[in-house]
Design a protein around this ligand. Structure first.
Ligand SMILES: [Mg+2]
Length: 329
């Protein structure tokens, strides 16, 4: 097969408001769009969207890799970037997959298929109604930001106010103590199926504690930060994790390896975006649809509203045309 032509352009997407994370305020999303062209002129786009504090490479490491590859990289380098570059693996595999199956962009999701983020603490009670009227049926709520009794009282009010078919997902982002996590999970059990799960009660470093919670509470405990990359997911699966996993294909690494793990361990997974452009989102959704064709659970792909731009309305080719040429590949 004649070598493919690779080009890449960098993007920056400022958020409307900085996103609060445990690693400080995040003001803009940065990444790369890749374009592969074959000798017949067919085109495949891919996105490299690293989140270093989730265990991926930095954007700088991705740039260095592509600068070294050049515009006509050998096939082996295209298919197998090192495991230290999971976002590059996803981006290249997405572009290669699109070359093989052109026109495979997916239709936009409906609100009922996407969870909506509620504001933290008591503000959630006033906020759910407008999101419900937009069509959302699953709501995510961050916890661990105020005293547990206060937040638990708000949760009880929320559950009482929401229509019975609404579902809640709690996310602690690793911010609880073991005692608080146990107490929260017992509290959630009172609400039956109304609370789907509690994400990442403890930080990934506290694996034995997480495993105990998983053994005791089963699918009510979900891992997110602990399973960001395929390598981390493989470790957790091998250790016998029995709870839920939140998967972000865009930063996980090689899609085929994600699929192999998902099927081998019959994972109970929910899928989420990594604040990608429509190019990365479409590729991640295709992976989610392949791994979980029924998709009864809401996806975390409703992110367009976070950005100042209108990229959600653009095709891949239009988006590419808007980006400045990099000059290095
Ligand atoms: Mg999470």
């Amino acid at each position: 097969m004649p070598p493919l032509h690779l080009s890449a352009r960098q993007y920056r997407r400022p958020f409307h408001q900085p996103l609060r994370t445990h690693h400080g305020d995040w003001t803009e999303r940065t990444g790369l769009i890749l374009r592969l062209t074959d000798s017949e002129g067919a085109i495949g786009f891919g996105e490299v969207a690293p989140i270093p504090w989730f265990g991926t490479e930095t954007l700088g490491a991705a740039l260095t890799y592509f600068q070294a590859l050049g515009s006509h990289p050998p096939a082996a380098a295209l298919h197998n970037p090192p495991d230290t570059l999971p976002a590059c693996q996803f981006g290249l595999q997405s572009a290669l997959a699109q070359l093989k199956a052109p026109g495979s962009e997916r239709p936009p999701l409906k609100p009922a298929q996407i969870w909506a983020l509620l504001p933290s603490c008591v503000a959630a009670i006033a906020a759910w109604r407008s999101l419900w009227s937009l069509g959302h049926r699953t709501f995510k709520w961050k916890i661990g930001l105020a005293a547990p009794p206060q937040e638990q009282a708000v949760l009880a009010q929320l559950v009482a106010a929401l229509p019975p078919s609404a579902k809640l997902r709690l996310d602690a982002n690793g911010g609880l103590t073991v005692a608080a996590a146990e107490q929260w999970l017992c509290h959630c059990q009172h609400f039956g199926h109304r609370v789907e799960f509690l994400e990442q009660p403890l930080p990934p470093e506290q694996w034995p504690g997480l495993q105990k919670l998983g053994d005791r509470f089963g699918p009510l405990v979900a891992l997110d930060e602990s399973v960001a990359t395929v390598a981390q997911l493989a470790q957790v699966c091998a250790a016998g994790w029995s709870g839920t996993v939140v998967l972000k294909p865009a930063i996980a690494g090689h899609p085929q390896r994600l699929q192999d793990l998902y099927q081998r361990y019959r994972l109970r997974g929910v899928f989420s975006a990594a604040l990608c452009t429509p190019i990365g989102q479409s590729a991640a959704l295709a992976i989610a649809a392949r791994l979980d064709p029924n998709q009864k659970r809401a996806l975390g792909f409703g992110v367009g509203q976070w950005f100042q731009d209108d990229w959600g309305t653009l095709t891949a080719a239009q988006l590419w045309a808007q980006l400045p040429q990099s000059g290095w590949i």
